[in-house]
Design a protein around this ligand. Structure first.
Ligand SMILES: [Zn+2]
Length: 268
């Protein structure tokens, strides 16, 4: 049993223990402490860890108002107006949690630090885990973070773990900080093909990027495409095309990735 009142350090370590028990690739652990006592502890399962930890305490009749939450990943935020199920950030503010300690920030550049921002704006006291514990979390969640990698073009290659979806940022060039986002999705166990999302088109019959004259003529463009190993495709943005060739796909049972080469062409 943990001593009472439990220290911040003990509660942070307990959150990491909960994180380690998670089965999925995105591991998150959360611990709720009220009046120096651990009243909820959970890992990410069907529901988010923070919510589960709070609901666990509430179900046991604990008044969680004024409590402190320790979470290995910053709480999620509402991404759509009037979202039906409240995000963890909103949920814990409504539950009256007064202090939150965060072990790491979301690797997705589109939402990074938004949980922090929401809590801070709601006058919740937000603190970071100590750095040695943060480093442990980073190592544990390497696979989650691998999904968000940025490479500098115009030409290069990438490899991402796509099991739960992955976004790969390609910066146009060393001198041009604009980026295109290549989104990859999983098609199923053992399938040697992947989904690519965005404004995309598959390009049949070509053998190299130089075989592709005008990428815009490669359509029809759609919101997703399926690419097999060895196949070519185009991601289109308002200002550029990113040509891709899928070179290798691993779809389980233990290893998951899509490996590809890319080439950026600015639109005239
Ligand atoms: Zn959440």
């Amino acid at each position: 049993m943990l001593p009472q009142p439990v220290s911040d350090r003990d509660a942070m370590e307990m959150a990491i223990t909960e994180m380690e028990k998670c089965a999925g690739e995105t591991k998150v652990g959360a611990v709720l402490v009220v009046k120096g006592k651990v009243v909820g502890a959970a890992g990410k399962g069907q529901r988010h860890a923070e919510r589960t930890a709070i609901e666990m305490a509430q179900a046991a009749g604990v008044k969680v108002r004024g409590g402190t939450l320790y979470t290995t990943l910053e709480p999620c935020v509402d991404l759509a107006e009037g979202q039906e199920i409240a995000s963890c950030a909103r949920f814990l503010v409504e539950a009256g949690i007064k202090r939150v300690l965060i072990g790491s920030y979301d690797p997705n550049p589109l939402v990074r630090r938004q949980g922090w921002r929401h809590l801070n704006a709601e006058k919740v006291k937000v603190e970071d885990f100590s750095d040695d514990l943060h480093q442990r979390i980073v190592v544990l969640n390497e696979k989650f973070s691998e999904g968000f990698i940025r490479r500098i073009g115009p030409n290069g290659g990438g490899k991402v773990r796509h099991k739960d979806g992955a976004t790969y940022e390609v910066q146009f060039s060393a001198d041009d900080p604009r980026v295109a986002r290549l989104k990859w999705g999983f098609r199923g166990e053992g399938k040697k093909s992947v989904y690519a999302y965005g404004d995309v088109a598959q390009v049949p019959y070509v053998n190299s990027f130089t075989d592709i004259g005008n990428p815009n003529a490669c359509g029809p463009f759609g919101r997703y495409m399926t690419l097999n190993e060895g196949e070519f495709g185009v991601f289109r943005t308002e200002v550029a095309f990113v040509l891709v060739k899928v070179t290798e796909i691993a779809a389980g049972p233990d290893v998951y990735f899509v490996e590809f080469k890319f080439s950026v062409r600015l639109r005239a």
